[in-house]
Every structure is written in C-alpha cells, then in structure tokens.
Design a protein around this ligand. Structure first.
Ligand code: NAD
Length: 355
C-alpha cells in the first residue's frame, strides 16, 4: 500500500438502528426545518403517508411522484409544488428514485434533504445528481444535493422484495469495487469499500432465505452506507460508464444492469489492478469476478442483459457511446474490448471468458 494520498470525506450525519419515526422530528429540529414535503415512489405511497400522518402539521404534502432516473418534467412539477406549499425541506422515504427526486429539488431551490433509504443503492451518501431529458440522462456533482441527514431503519426494509434487495445490494457493491481502483482511492476508502462489500456479501444470502431477518437487513444497510460513501468520495470508471450508457440509451433497469455487468468489467480490469484484487479477495475470497457472478445468480438475479431486453444489434452504439465519452479506467478499453464485455453480458456467460 502506498501511504501517499489525498482523502476527502463528505459531510454526513447518520442515525443508524433507531426507528425512523422516533428520530425524524429530532432531525428536523437539528436542521431547523419547520415544514417539509415527503417524497416517495408511487409504490411507497402508503409508507410516505404514514410518515406524513406521523409528522402532522409539519408535513405539508406527500408527493408520490418519484420514478427511476428523474425525468425532468417530474422534477419541474415537484419543484413547483414545493414552492407552492412553501416547504423549507424535503424528506425522501424510499430508494434511489425517491432520493434522486429530492436531489433534483435541492439542486434547483436549495432546500435541505433528509433521506430515509429503503434500498441498498447508496445514493443518500453522494452529491451526485441525475436527470433525464428527452431520453438522455445527465449527471453532475453539487454539494447542495447531498442529504443533510440520513436515517437508516432496517424495519422499513423488510418488505423490500428479494429481487430488488439483491440487485440494489450488487449496485452498492459495484460502487465499492470501482472505488478500490479509482484514481482517488485512499487507504480509508479501501477500508470502507472492503467492509461494505463484506457486509453485503454476507447479508444478501441471509435476506434471500429469510427476508424479515432484521439483523441481516441492518447489515445490508450498513454495507450500503459504506459502499455509498465510496461512490460519493471517488471517481467511477468503466463499469459505471457502461451502465450509464445502457440505462440512458436502452432504458435498462439500473440495479439489475449493474449486477449483470460488474463481473465482466472486473474480469477485464483484473490484470491491471493487483492491489484492488487483493483487497477484494480479502473481502469475499478467491476469484472475485467469478464469485460475484456465481453469487448473484444463486440469489436469483438476472444473469444476462438479454433478459433485460438488450440485443446484439445494440452493442456497437453502446460501445461507441462509451469510447467517445471521457472516463478514467485502470486498463485502456478499446471499442472491441467493450463490445466483448457487452457480448458476454448479453449472453450471461462466465466472466472467466473475458481476457
Ligand atoms: P428504486 O428507488 O427505483 O426502487 C425500486 C422499487 O422498489 C420501487 O418500485 C420502489 O417503490 C420499491 N421500494 C423501495 N423501497 C422499498 C421497500 N423497502 N419495500 C418495498 N418496496 C420498495 O431503486 P434503487 O435501485 O434504489 O434506485 C435506482 C435509482 O437510483 C436510479 O435512478 C439510479 O440512477 C439512482 N442512483 C443514484 C445514485 C447517486 O449517487 N446519484 C446512486 C445509486 C443509484
């Protein structure tokens, strides 16, 4: 390990392990917020309403309008409603879609976000925002969008379907894997990344067999937190670039796409990242790329991009989009390297075939 690095920690305030409804008012008071709007997806409307009822007059409205990848028209409509209500903050309850909508609001009108995450995708720990306009997703970083307070309550995740639990967990693992070989990785990130991956790798099989196991749910949230910190603190590489292109261009589902693509990109990068591979082996054992692929399949995640609707004819334009955009990666990847990764991911073959 090289003890020569720059490490930046993002500010974070985390409440872990207490019922979210028991501490939410303390967090509002802590941030000096008087009246808020609750944001969630349509699927979590009931939970959003329970929170609103609990907050009583301090909640001005529940807006169950969050959808994946933050369509611009949804963000514009929600911002207008929040201005109309005169809220001085937002509380997101849900996964990355609800948090993404909260970030869009924070970016536009600067109101603080309190996040109560109910998946493992890790967005609550980053200042990265995303928005989709005319089928094109833009992302950027803005300190304003980083949630000011995050409340992790495992009880709120026991109903998260096994499929989403597994794939959003692998989405989090992907953040930590790419952080391990990021140009701005540090020994602190390595600790967080390996511990986050270890925790999720241990918790997800337990969740798949007993979805209501509260200790496993808490361990997965803890892992997601650490992996989210890794995403928020480092620069992502080829894996995130490919998934971004697949999501934006073909509208493939976010977490499932990350789960499928990760083992192939890791197998491709492996010869160029000995220290990251050693750290990963310490976290999950020998042959990490193969292990990730086998484990995701065992836990019922989709194995191939073909299952998500991608066809071989889509390969050239995705590869072209990736090579024509700028990103860092520890190993140079030509268009034909990316095509080979995509072909293997479409077919769902073993990542051992890469290289
Ligand atoms: P999601 O938020 O879209 O949720 C998936 C589904 O699960 C939704 O239908 C939701 O209603 C449901 N759900 C959520 N929590 C539940 C629970 N506890 N019980 C039952 N159902 C529940 O999924 P996600 O994977 O967390 O988020 C994906 C989005 O987050 C994408 O738009 C992605 O780009 C974004 N993201 C952003 C960052 C970032 O740093 N900016 C990081 C990761 C993901």
């Amino acid at each position: 390990m090289t003890f020569h690095f720059t490490h930046t920690s993002l500010p974070m305030r985390v409440r872990f392990g207490e019922p979210a409804f028991d501490v939410i008012e303390e967090e509002l008071d802590h941030l000096g917020l008087r009246e808020v709007v609750v944001l969630c997806t349509p699927g979590r409307q009931e939970l959003g309403q329970l929170l609103a009822d609990f907050l009583g007059p301090r909640c001005l409205a529940v807006l169950p309008e969050a959808v994946m990848h933050v369509p611009e028209d949804v963000a514009i409509s929600v911002v207008a409603q929040i201005k109309h209500y005169g809220a001085d903050g937002v509380v997101t309850i849900g996964g990355g879609s609800a948090i993404g909508l909260g970030k869009a609001v924070a970016r536009d009108i600067g109101v603080p976000v309190i996040a109560i995450p109910t998946t493992y995708s890790g967005s609550e720990m980053t200042a990265v925002w995303g928005m989709t306009t005319d089928g094109h997703k833009h992302t950027g970083k803005d300190a304003k969008v980083l949630p000011k307070s995050v409340i992790y309550d495992a009880e709120l995740t026991t109903e998260l379907p096994i499929g989403i639990s597994v794939t959003s967990g692998f989405n989090a693992i992907a953040h930590a894997v790419e952080a391990l070989y990021a140009p701005d990785c540090s020994p602190i990130i390595t600790l967080q990344a390996t511990e986050g991956i270890r925790a999720l790798f241990a918790a997800l099989p337990q969740i798949a067999s007993i979805p209501t196991d509260i200790n496993a749910r808490a361990e997965a949230l803890y892992g997601a937190w650490l992996c989210g910190v890794c995403l928020g603190s480092t620069t992502m590489s080829l894996h995130h670039k490919i998934c971004h292109a697949l999501g934006g261009t073909l509208d493939l589902p976010h977490a499932e796409t990350h789960t499928i693509v990760l083992p192939y990109v890791l197998a491709f990068n492996a010869p160029a990242i000995p220290a990251a591979m050693a750290a990963l082996e310490g976290a999950i054992g020998d042959n990490p790329a193969q292990k990730l692929w086998v484990k995701a399949g065992e836990l019922g995640a989709p194995r191939s991009l073909a299952e998500l609707g991608m066809e071989e004819k889509d390969i050239p334009r995705i590869a072209e989009q990736v090579v024509s955009s700028s990103y860092g990666n520890p190993r140079d990847a030509t268009a034909s390297d990316i095509e080979a990764i995509l072909r293997a991911a479409i077919q769902g073959t073993s990542p051992e075939a890469i290289n």
